[in-house]
Design a protein. Structure first.
Length: 131
C-alpha cells in the first residue's frame, strides 16, 4: 500500500507552462460636463491600457460626449445624456497619444478637454483577486 501511494504521488505532469502576461486593470476616469457644455477629465494624464470613462452631465440640456484622437477620428461617443444623469464609456487607450473629449448639444461642440496618454501601464499579474 505504501509502495502504491509513493508511485501515485510521483505521477505529476511533466509539462511546464508559461503564464501569459495579463492586461492592465481598467483605469477609471471621471468626465464632467458643466453648465456651459465645457468638459473636464480627471486625471488628465494616464498610462496606456483599458479605461472606463464615468461621465456626468451637469448642464441644463442633454449633451453627448465624443472621444476623438487628436487628428479628429471619433473613437467613442455616447448618446444624449439627460441633465443630471450619468453614463460610462469603455475604451482601450493607445500609448503616446492625445485624446480630445468634447460635448455637443444638437450638433454644436462645446469647449473640449484633452487626455494625454503615456507609456503602457504594467500588467495585472501581481494583483490579487483580479479576473
Amino acid at each position: 500500500m505504501a509502495l502504491s501511494a509513493a508511485a501515485l504521488s510521483g505521477c505529476g505532469a511533466a509539462a511546464h507552462y508559461v503564464n501569459k502576461p495579463r492586461r492592465p486593470l481598467p483605469l477609471n476616469l471621471t468626465v464632467y460636463i458643466g453648465s456651459t457644455g465645457a468638459v473636464s477629465v480627471s486625471p488628465g494624464t494616464v498610462g496606456a491600457g483599458p479605461a472606463v470613462f464615468f461621465v456626468t452631465n451637469q448642464a441644463a440640456r442633454a449633451e453627448s460626449l465624443r472621444i476623438a484622437a487628436a487628428g479628429g477620428q471619433v473613437l467613442a461617443s455616447t448618446g444624449p445624456i439627460n441633465p443630471q444623469a450619468a453614463t460610462r464609456v469603455g475604451l482601450d487607450l493607445d500609448a503616446s497619444r492625445t485624446y480630445v473629449l468634447s460635448a455637443s448639444a444638437g450638433g454644436a461642440a462645446g469647449p473640449s478637454a484633452q487626455l494625454h496618454v503615456g507609456a503602457a501601464r504594467p500588467g495585472a499579474e501581481s494583483t490579487l483577486l483580479a479576473p
